[in-house]
Design a protein around this ligand. Sequence first.
Ligand code: SF4
Length: 342
Amino acid sequence: MDSSKPVITATQQPETWQEILQSCFTQADQFLSYLKITHQVPDKLAGATKNFPLRVPLPFAQRIEKGNINDPLLLQILPQLAELDHATGFTDDPLNEYTFTPRQGLLHKYHGRVLMITTSSCAIHCRYCFRRHFPYDSHRQSKQQWSSNFDYIREDHTINEVILSGGDPLNCSDEHLQWITGELEKIQHIKRLRIHTRMPTVIPQRIDSGLINWLTQTNLKVVIVLHCNHANEIDDQVARALAKLSDIKIPLLNQSVLLANINDNSKVLIALSEQLFDCGVQPYYLHVLDKVAGAAHFDLENNTIVQLYKELVENLPGYLVPKLVREIAGAPAKVPVMPPSW
Ligand code: SF4
């Protein structure tokens, strides 16, 4: 939280999603004090947070166990000194995305679909994010740039799906999202709109009547891909938000990232798949960590990954097992990781 902003108190809590976004924790010492964790924040941490500061909204913070520095939700978002280590093979742009941007704010990596960088901002900053160094400033879009991107999509008839990503597209106002979908609806070959978002889990209040109206009014077939790594991220409020999306028949998928000390345990991953399915969400992808600079401490050995996945396959029905994949820069699709003996 900026020092100029009031500290959140039990009696004075933000209510709307916009108020919650405005009052996110951004100072490590205030955040840890809220969590009742006595932990000296090292001065050197400023280097890790300079370009990618701490950012945590209250609803997510409320799901972190008080006093537990090893809480699996906390470890996803707490800046660590390890981020300053230079690890071999970890780079600013592990997926070579900077070369797949035919226009500012538009990524065209795979056949049939394009990804629009809808916004640079997220409600939460995940320390392992593969876009943590993405040059969002040079992809900030004016209306003119948006229009040029719509032209690109209009001219390529092989594209039938547009992915709204970012940042988190649900950080944008309903009016802005309505305008984008209105423009896409005018392009005949666009059939589907995919939304990649962490908002329904980190700020479930975002799933309000305005958003539901937008989603029910568009002619495009909407698919929402959530990002959730641990069952503790889903509480009753999140479950209610997801139920609102299920009620309007939006397919809900989830992608997770395998993260050391957070979900590198088959029991945790099984609980996540079960919890997601109970909330109407289909486990979709389990990603091997992208080797982004500053995230090496989340990485796992290949043998560990394969063993974990084997345990998932042996203990869950097939429809609850997400696809284990690795992204390889330049590959025409995500690459499945298969245990060698299968
Ligand atoms: S919400 Fe998604 S885009 Fe934003 S920091 Fe987390 S992983 Fe990255």
